[in-house]
Design a protein around this ligand. Structure first.
Ligand code: PMP
Length: 420
């Protein structure tokens, strides 16, 4: 199996001729990933933020089975169904009251494309077609399709490789005020300057609220987000919040923007939406955006084949119910406390430049890049699944993880740190 995989199958962000190793998995249950060779790994990644309730969950399995007996899929053009309607009702209920309209798509990146499209169509329809650029901050990540890539950090998003193909957007510096602090003087100055100069060309500001994920695992001040929201009003640009990674409790709030009390015009959701079962995403918007796009008979020009997939929608509704019925806040807060205490021990280690924790996210930042293949081998041998990137080792366990398993994860992080 590994031989065929290595010869023919691309894995993310690695060479196909000289790939990083990929470990064959036979099954997964709870917080355990079982390898083909019988070894069991404690999951520290939630499969890239998704599997919040752990794997192979009886309730989510049940939702999948019962929907499968009815239909796996039907097209969404000209047809609709209970699973999509029920999920839409839930999402509209749990997100800010102003977000009342929803577009389902099949992945986070596509939901970002739709958000960008919504913003551009909005201004076009209001007779301001020049407003079609996006403003964002450095250190962001919004996906790997071309529109989404254009608003990723230019360096980590490798804009130079795609120069001339990826649209050139406007970038302010990364927010420097850390989470938990009042806005530092000058932190939004360059953002304001870009708005002052280009607001006639800017359709929207797009940001990951509070937590910049794959662009560097950075947690920034709620004041910064509040300041951005008020700059959006001042300069008449839309605000797109990408809660694909932060949504569904990961940061300690159901949605990270709640830390700032900010409401987006357009909101992207994905990842944990189906508890890690199937790819599904949603883009929500408010009356302003809906009315703008719909003026003079306008329609939103998008329609993915698997839009509103019934199987994914049913699992997503079951996933949200499971989350809301659980003491997720207590769980995330316990994980946070434990991560603070246990990862905090590494703060003074040689080679460690920062340790930061927010909700069920723990990050150890090193002075230099980690050898991923080597670290991964050590982790697997230690019975844990942790995948570092760049100079970051981080943990994002399923919320159902027990104290002992989490301690095993935090202890294993030391393996990537090198000698003290
Ligand atoms: N936005 C954010 C904040 C993300 O973290 C990701 C995925 N890492 C995406 C968008 C893209 O989602 P997907 O991989 O499902 O296309």
């Amino acid at each position: 199996m590994t031989g065929f995989d290595e010869a023919h199958i691309w894995h993310p962000y690695t060479s196909i001729t000289d790939p990083l190793p990929a470990y064959p998995v036979a099954a997964a249950k709870g917080v355990r990933i079982q390898l083909e060779d019988g070894r069991e790994l404690i999951d520290g990644m939630s499969s890239w933020w998704c599997a919040i309730h752990g794997y192979n969950h009886p309730v989510l399995n049940g939702a999948a089975r019962s929907q499968l007996e009815k239909m796996a899929h039907v097209m969404f053009g000209g047809l609709t169904h209970e699973p999509a309607v029920q999920l839409a009702e839930r999402l509209i209920k749990i997100t800010p009251a102003s977000l009342r309209y929803i577009f389902f798509s099949d992945s986070g990146s596509v939901s970002v494309e739709i958000a960008l499209k919504m913003a551009i169509q909005y201004w076009h329809n209001l007779g301001k077609p020049a407003k079609q650029r996006m403003l964002t901050v450095r250190g962001g990540y919004h996906g790997d399709t071309f529109g989404a890539m254009s608003v990723c950090d230019p360096l980590t998003g490798m804009h130079s490789l795609f120069r001339g193909v990826v649209q050139e957007q406007l970038f302010a510096p990364r927010p420097e005020t850390p989470f938990g602090e009042g806005l530092r003087d000058g932190d939004t100055d360059q953002l304001r300057a870009l708005l002052e100069r280009y607001h006639d060309e800017i359709a929207a500001i797009i940001l990951e609220p509070i937590v910049q994920g794959a662009g560097g695992m950075w947690f920034y001040s709620a004041d910064y987000l509040r300041a951005v929201a008020s700059l959006c009003s001042e300069y008449d640009v839309l605000l797109i919040l990408d809660e694909i990674a932060t949504g569904f409790g990961r940061t300690g709030k159901l949605f990270a923007a709640e830390y700032a009390g900010v409401e987006a015009d357009i909101l992207c959701l994905g990842k944990a939406l189906t508890g890690g079962y199937l790819s599904l995403a949603a883009t929500l918007c408010n009356d302003r955006v809906r009315d703008g796009i719909s003026a003079q008979g306008g329609v939103l020009m998008h329609g993915p084949t698997f839009m509103g997939n019934p199987l994914a929608c049913s699992i997503a509704s079951a996933n949200i119910d499971l989350l809301l019925e659980s003491d997720w806040q207590g769980r995330v807060s316990d994980i946070e406390t434990q991560l603070q205490a246990e990862l905090g021990n590494y703060r003074d280690r040689t080679g460690v430049s920062d340790v930061r924790v927010l909700g069920a996210i723990g990050v150890v930042e090193l002075d230099s890049d980690i050898d991923v293949a080597k670290a991964q081998k050590c982790f697997v041998e230690a019975g844990v699944w942790i995948r570092p990137f760049g100079n970051l080792v981080y943990l994002m366990p399923p919320y159902v993880i027990g104290e002992e398993d989490l301690s095993n994860l935090t202890a294993a992080v030391e393996l990537a740190l090198g000698p003290d």
